[in-house]
Design a protein around this ligand. Structure first.
Ligand code: B3K
Ligand code: ZN
Length: 840
C-alpha cells in the first residue's frame, strides 16, 4: 500500500471516512485483498473508480475481502463512524468536545478498512472537513499543506506526511484548542514549529511540557545524533485516554495528565512524569517511527529502547542516582511481580490473544533493562556505534529485536549469542552470591549461582548472561579498589580476588546492573557498613533496604529481629551532611508492603502491615526530634523545580510521615499545617496522604477542603480519589466502595478509574481484606467497565491473578471472582485473556 488518501467529514454523531488506497500485489500469489475492519460496514466499495456490487466483495469477521485480478489497483471505500458513542477510546472518538484518534495497536481498523499491521508502510494524505465553530482547529500527521473555508460555516484542511508509516501512527484531532507555540532549531539549522494544543484555560499549565520537548530534541541530537525530520511537531492533550500518550508521527496525542502541570496542581512526581513522557514520545520519532516494528511480537524493540532513552534523558536532567532508584522501584513493583505470576511472558512474546494486553512492564521496563545491560557491556562509544548502525541500517523499515541485537554485535563488536536468552526466557533470574575468604593466601572467592523458576509454557530455563558490577570493601579503610564487571554465564561460577588480608564486604549488582534478584547472607553489620560507605548510590540505597527487609521479613516469620541496626543506619543517613536530600528521602523509606510480600513464600497482608507499621513507629519515635528538626528546617523554600528544592520537599514529606508514625500528639496538627500552608501540590498532597492514613478530625477537614478546592479540575480531583484508595486506613475497603458511588466517579474516564480502583488494587493491605470485599469490588468494576472500555478493564485483572501467593481462603475468593468475570456473557477478548490465563 504505497499511498493512501483519506477524506474525513467530521462530526461527533456521524463521521464519514472515504479512503483511496493504491494497492500493489505483494509477490506471486492470487489471494484476494484482505482489509482489516472492526465494527465497520462498507457503504461503498470501488475498484479503479468502478463501484462494486455487494456480490463482488465479502465480509470475513470484521474484514473486507475483495478478489482482485491485476497487479495494481486503486481501491476506494466509504464508511460511517459514530465517534461520540465510541467508549473504547480506540479508533476515532470524542473527548470533552474534541474529536481525536488512538490507533496503536489495532485501532486504525476501526476508522477505515486497511491491512492493519505495522509492516505495511504508506504515505498519507489526509483531508479533514468540519464545522468551523465547533472544530476550528484541524490537525493530522506530517505537514499542513492547504486549508480553506466552505459554505455553511464549514472549513477544511489537508495534511501530508512525506514519511511512509504504519497505520498505527496515524492521527487526527479536531476541536476548539489553544496553542502554546514555540520553535526549535535543529543541529542542521532547520526551524521546527512546535505546538502544544490544549483547552484555552489550560494554556498556563503547558510551559513545563514545552521545555521538556525542547530539551528532548536537543538531547536526542547530542546523545544519539538524531534530528527531527518534519517542519512541525504538535502535541494535543485530551482528557479521556487509555494510556499515557501516543507517538503518532508529528502529532503526539497525550493523556492530559502528562502535559498539564503547575505548582498548585502538580506534584514533583507529576512534573517528572510530564518531562519523561514528553521525552518518551518524542524519542519514538526515531525509535519507533523512522524504525518501526515488523510485527507486534517485536513491541519491545521500540518500547524497551525508548524507555531506556527516556530514563537516561531524565537522569541527565536531574539526579541520576535518584532516577535509578526510582526506576528500579518501579521495575520491582510491576515487572518482578509480573514475572513471578501467571501472566509472565518473555520480552519478545511468542503468542497473544489481544495485543493490548502486552503493553506490559516486561515489554517496557524489562525491555529497557536489556538495552541497559547491552550499553553497560559495550561502554558508551561502542554502544553509540551500535545504535548508529541500527538507525542507518533500518531507517524506513519495520525491524525486529533480532535486528537490534545484531546491530549491537556488529556496530559494537561483541558476541551476544547467549545474551539473546533475555528476549526468550520469561522470569527473573535469582543469583545466589557467596563470598569466602582465605586468610592464609589472602584471597577472597566469590561464588555465584543462578537459577530461574519455571514460567507458563517454559518449564526449564537455560543459564543467562548476567553482567554484574561488583566491588569489595575493606573493613578498615572503608574503601573499595573500584568496580569490576563480572559476567555470570554459567549456572555456577567462581571469581577470585587477591590481596585481601581480612575478609572484605561484598557490594554486588551495583547500579542495578542486571534485573535479577540477588541472594546473599551478608550480616546486618555488613549491610549497615555498606549503607554508610558504599560509593555507588544505588548499592548504598539497596544495603539500607536490605537491612530493613531482613528485620521485616524475619518478624513476619515470627523471629525477634533487632531493629537497632536499622535505626542507627537511618540516624547516620539523615545526619550525614554530605548526602543530598532526595537521596536521603529514598534511602530511609521503608520497602512497600507489596515488596515485603514478594520476599515471602506466602503473603500475609495483615502481618506485613502490622510489622511494617510497628517498624515505622519505632523509626519515628526513636528519631522523633530529628524528624521534627528536618520538617522545620526544610520549610518555606519558595517554590522552584531545582533538584535541591525538589529534594528538600521529598525529605520534608518523609519527615512528616515519620513524625506522624511516631505517635506524637501534634502529628496531625503539623500535617494539617503543612496541608494548609503549602504553596505547592507536592507538600499539600503528601500532607493529605499522611492525614488519610490516620483517623484524626484533621483527616476529614483536609479531604473536604481539597475536594471543594479542586472539584472542577478533573486531574486534581483524581488525586483526591487516589489518596483515599491508597490510604493505610482500617476502613479503606468501605471508603472505596462509597467513593465508587460518588457523583464525581465515572467509569468513562480511564484516569478516574485508575485513581480509584487501580490505586486500591495496589494497596495490598486493603485490597486483600480478609472479607474478600476488595476482590468483589474490583471484579464488579471489571465486569461493568468491560462493556464500556475493555482495554482499561483488562488492566485491572492482574492483581486478582496473584492468588497463588496468598492463603487458601483468600486464594479461593480471588479465583471465584476470576471465574465470575469469565462467566459474563459477551466478555471482551481483552478481559478473557487476562482472566483465563490468571486461573491456569
Ligand atoms: N506507544 C504507545 C502505546 C499505545 C498502546 C495502546 N494499546 C505509548 C508509548 O509507549 O509511547
Ligand atoms: Zn512508548
Amino acid at each position: 500500500m504505497p499511498d493512501i488518501a483519506l477524506y474525513f467529514v467530521l462530526d461527533a454523531a456521524r463521521t464519514e471516512v472515504r479512503s483511496l488506497l493504491k494497492v500493489r500485489r505483494n509477490g506471486a500469489h492470487d489471494r484476494p485483498l484482505k482489509l482489516d475492519g472492526d465494527e465497520l460496514t462498507p457503504l461503498e466499495v470501488r475498484v479503479d473508480g468502478q463501484p462494486l456490487t455487494p456480490d463482488q466483495w465479502a465480509m470475513e469477521g470484521g474484514a473486507l475481502i475483495i478478489p482482485l485480478g491485476g497487479e495494481e489497483h486503486e481501491v476506494e471505500t466509504l464508511v460511517g463512524l459514530a465517534p461520540q458513542s465510541n467508549s473504547k477510546l480506540m479508533g476515532l472518538y470524542a473527548s470533552g468536545g474534541l474529536l481525536c484518534t488512538q490507533c496503536e495497536a489495532e485501532g486504525f481498523r476501526r476508522i477505515t478498512f486497511f491491512p492493519d499491521r505495522p509492516d505495511v508502510l504508506s504515505r498519507y494524505s489526509v483531508r479533514l472537513e468540519a464545522d468551523k465553530r465547533l472544530y476550528p482547529v484541524l490537525l493530522a500527521n506530517g505537514d499542513p499543506v492547504e486549508k480553506g473555508d466552505l459554505p455553511d460555516g464549514r472549513h477544511w484542511a489537508r495534511w501530508n506526511d512525506p514519511y511512509p508509516k504504519p497505520c498505527y501512527l496515524f492521527a487526527l484531532v479536531a476541536g476548539n484548542l489553544a496553542c502554546n507555540a514555540d520553535s526549535f532549531t535543529t543541529q542542521s539549522g532547520r526551524n521546527v514549529q512546535l505546538g502544544i494544543w490544549v483547552k484555552e484555560a489550560d494554556l498556563p499549565r503547558t510551559a513545563h511540557a514545552m521545555q521538556a520537548l525542547k530539551n528532548s530534541m536537543a538531547w536526542d541530537e547530542r546523545v544519539y545524533g538524531r534530528e527531527y525530520d518534519l517542519d512541525v511537531f504538535n502535541i494535543v492533550a485530551v482528557a479521556d485516554f487509555n494510556f499515557g500518550a501516543m507517538e503518532n508521527k508529528g502529532l503526539n496525542i497525550f493523556n492530559s495528565r502528562y502535559i498539564l502541570a503547575d505548582p498548585d496542581t502538580a506534584t514533583d512526581l507529576d512534573y517528572d512524569g510530564v518531562e519523561g513522557v514528553v521525552a518518551h514520545e518524542y524519542f519514538h520519532n526515531w525509535s519507533g517511527n523512522r524504525v518501526t516494528c515488523r510485527d507486534w511480537f517485536q513491541l519491545s524493540l521500540k518500547e524497551g529502547f525508548t524507555v531506556f532513552r527516556d530514563q537516561n534523558f531524565s537522569a541527565d536532567m536531574g539526579s541520576a542516582a535518584v532516577k535509578r532508584i526510582e526506576d528500579v522501584r518501579v521495575l520491582r513493583a510491576a515487572q518482578f511481580q509480573e514475572d513471578s505470576g501467571p501472566l509472565a511472558h518473555p520480552v519478545r512474546p511468542e503468542s497473544y490473544m489481544e495485543i493490548s494486553n502486552f503493553y506490559t512492564a516486561t515489554i517496557y521496563n524489562k525491555g529497557a533493562e536489556l538495552i541497559r545491560m547491552m550499553a553497560l557491556m559495550l561502554g558508551p562509544e561502542r554502544f553509540r556505534a551500535g545504535t548508529d548502525l541500527y538507525f542507518e541500517r533500518h531507517d524506513g523499515e519495520a525491524a525486529t529485536c533480532e535486528d537490534f541485537v545484531r546491530a549491537m554485535e556488529e556496530g559494537g563488536g561483541i558476541d551476544l549469542a547467549q545474551f539473546r536468552r533475555w528476549y526468550e526466557q520469561a522470569g527473573t533470574p535469582h543469583v545466589r552470591a557467596l563470598l569466602t575468604h582465605d586468610a592464609a593466601s589472602g584471597t577472597a572467592e566469590l561464588t555465584l549461582e543462578q537459577h530461574m523458576a519455571p514460567t507458563p509454557g517454559q518449564p526449564g530455563k537455560l543459564p543467562m548472561a548476567i553482567p554484574l558490577r561488583v566491588a569489595l570493601f575493606d573493613r578498615d579503610s572503608g574503601k573499595s579498589r573500584g568496580d569490576e564487571l563480572l559476567m555470570l554465564t554459567q549456572a555456577r561460577q567462581s571469581f577470585t580476588f587477591d590481596d585481601f588480608a581480612t575478609p572484605p564486604i561484598l557490594s554486588i549488582n551495583r547500579g542495578f546492573s542486571a534485573p535479577v534478584i540477588i541472594e546473599t547472607d551478608r550480616s546486618q553489620a555488613d549491610l549497615a557498613f555498606l549503607s554508610g560507605h558504599d560509593d555507588d548510590p544505588f548499592a548504598r540505597y539497596e544495603a539500607m533496604q536490605q537491612l530493613m527487609v531482613n528485620v521485616l521479613v524475619g518478624r513476619v516469620g515470627g523471629q525477634m529481629v533487632d531493629d537497632a541496626a536499622v535505626i542507627a543506619a537511618i540516624r547516620d543517613t539523615i545526619t550525614d551532611p554530605l548526602l543530598d536530600s532526595a537521596f536521603i528521602a529514598e534511602a530511609v523509606r521503608l520497602p512497600s508492603e507489596a515488596y515485603i510480600g514478594d520476599q515471602l513464600a506466602q503473603v500475609d497482608p495483615d502481618a506485613i502491615h502490622a510489622t511494617r507499621d510497628a517498624l515505622q513507629y519505632r523509626i519515628g519515635a526513636e528519631l522523633e526530634s530529628l524528624w521534627r528538626a528536618i520538617h522545620g528546617k526544610t520549610q518555606a523554600n519558595a517554590f522552584s523545580l531545582s533538584p535541591a528544592a525538589k529534594g528538600a520537599r521529598k525529605l520534608r514529606n518523609m519527615a512528616l510521615l515519620y513524625l506522624n508514625a511516631s505517635g506524637a500528639d501534634d502529628g496531625a496538627a503539623i500535617a494539617f499545617g503543612q496541608f494548609s500552608d503549602a504553596d505547592n501540590m507536592t507538600e499539600r498532597q503528601a500532607a493529605l496522604a499522611t492525614l488519610a492514613n490516620g483517623t484524626s478530625a484533621e483527616r476529614e477537614a483536609a479531604l473536604d477542603i481539597f475536594y471543594n478546592r479542586y472539584r472542577d479540575d478533573a486531574l486534581t480531583l483524581d488525586k483526591w480519589f487516589q489518596t483515599q484508595a491508597f490510604a493505610f486506613h482500617p476502613d479503606t475497603v468501605d471508603l472505596v466502595e462509597e467513593l465508587g458511588r460518588h457523583p464525581d466517579f465515572t467509569l468513562s474516564n480511564p484516569n478516574r478509574v485508575r485513581s480509584l480502583y487501580g490505586a486500591f488494587a495496589g494497596n495490598q493491605w486493603a485490597f486483600h481484606h480478609r472479607s474478600g470485599k476488595g476482590y468483589r469490588m474490583v471484579a464488579d468494576c471489571i465486569i461493568a467497565l468491560d462493556k464500556i472500555n475493555p482495554q482499561t478493564a483488562a488492566r485491572l485483572v492482574p492483581p486478582l491473578g496473584r492468588w497463588r501467593r496468598f492463603d487458601e481462603e483468600r486464594a479461593a475468593m480471588m479465583r471465584a471472582e476470576l471465574q465470575r468475570i469469565l462467566s459474563q456473557p459477551g466478555l471482551s477478548r481483552d478481559v478473557t485473556e487476562q482472566a483465563s490465563k490468571s486461573l491456569d
